[in-house]
Design a protein around this ligand. Structure first.
Ligand code: NAP
Length: 324
């Protein structure tokens, strides 16, 4: 069993978007596991937009965290055995000593890494946004921003499976738009090629899931039907700016068009996980829903992956594969 780990750390604090030179990989000895802890070799590690916010506060020299799937090498948790695969939060390192790990049971037809994407917190965020918060009903029209990302691609599939009528996506490139159109999306708008607010004005959308905020949230408000609901999952356009965006400037439309705007954090809706997994696992297993992801290999690829998140480098869930 390895007694050492390679950890990703911040070498310096980024100002604005991070660049690969902001990171360093350091080799450290692994501590012995305490009661209730397990030693894991990480197989898959998730990189997420929230990491950029972490970079503003995490201590320089501290290992970066992240959701990960790891194989158990040693266990002092009576419910977890050597050889189990567990989901935990001590990612962005090759090996970890971690507590509060959850065993993932393999399912026929389901790739392991789907538990960090469509079947993990990313898919659950889309589910909660569309159902618990958004109350999606069959026959309703849906608008999804950041449609080519992990949450957006999952949301498209969930909306289609729940019987949405028209699904409109917003993304940053023609290549992503084509992939989305070959899946569940009926129309995709490339925001870099157009004035999004003009494109979306008066669309009478019943439910929107917005992960971008700022100008795009303003355009989304302009797209909503009277009585429409906006489920606000994130504000990625503002994650590297020091002053909050001025938009949306049309907030008063919420009043006279009776539109609701409801933000949420998926971690407060984990009670939905079982219901979501029961819904989505068979759809992934029989390939009705593809596992859409961008994979890079090795911890040394993580700095570029983390830095590329805010410039749209990924299609689907962005993952780092550390071992088979
Ligand atoms: N509330 C919660 O609990 C929760 C949970 C998970 C995620 N989130 C949030 O949900 C959003 C999507 O997350 P994700 O996991 O899907 O991220 P992701 O896979 O990294 O996808 C996000 C996409 O947003 C687009 N984007 C980046 N910067 C942008 C900008 N300035 N303007 C417009 N689009 C931009 C990029 O694609 P393009 O090429 O299209 O620009 C990027 O691929 C994020 O805001 C995230 O923080 C919130």
């Amino acid at each position: 069993m390895s007694t050492r780990s390679h950890q990703l750390r911040l070498a310096r604090r980024p100002h604005g978007p991070s660049v690969p030179q902001d990171f360093e990989i350091v080799e450290v000895p692994l501590a012995a596991p305490g009661e209730g802890e397990v030693v894991v070799e990480n197989l898959w590690v998730s990189v997420d937009p929230y990491h950029r916010q972490v970079f503003d506060t995490v201590a320089l020299g501290a290992p970066l965290e992240g959701r990960a799937l790891g194989r158990v090498l040693d266990s002092r948790d009576p419910g977890i055995h050597v050889g189990d695969v567990v989901l935990h939060r001590d990612g962005l390192r090759t090996h970890a000593v971690t507590a509060k790990a959850r065993v993932i049971r393999p399912e026929a037809g389901v790739p392991l890494e789907a538990h960090l994407g469509i079947l993990g917190g990313t898919g659950l965020s889309a589910w909660v946004g569309l159902t618990t918060i958004g109350g999606l009903e069959a026959g309703e029209s849906v608008l999804i921003t950041a449609a080519g990302g992990g949450v957006g691609t999952a949301a498209g599939h969930i909306a289609r499976a729940l019987g949405a009528s028209t699904i409109i996506g917003v993304t940053g490139s023609r290549a992503k738009a084509e992939r989305l159109l070959s899946g569940p999306f009926d129309e995709v708008i490339v925001y870099r090629d157009t004035v999004l607010a003009d494109e979306l004005a008066g669309r009478d959308v019943q439910l929107a899931l917005d992960g971008v905020g700022g100008d795009q949230l303003e355009a989304v408000i302009g797209a909503m039907a009277v009585g429409g609901r906006i489920s606000w999952v994130g504000g990625i356009s503002g994650y590297t700016v020091s002053t909050p965006p001025i938009a949306p400037r049309n907030l008063f439309d919420l009043v006279h068009r009776e539109i609701s705007l409801h933000g949420f954090l998926v971690r407060h809706h984990l009670d939905e996980r079982e219901r979501y997994e029961a819904f989505m696992t068979p759809l992934v297993a029989d390939r009705t829903v593809p596992v859409e992801q961008t994979v890079v290999d090795g911890l040394e690829a993580a700095p570029s992956a983390l830095s590329g998140l805010l410039s749209g480098a990924n299609y689907g869930k962005h993952l780092v594969r550390l071992a088979e």
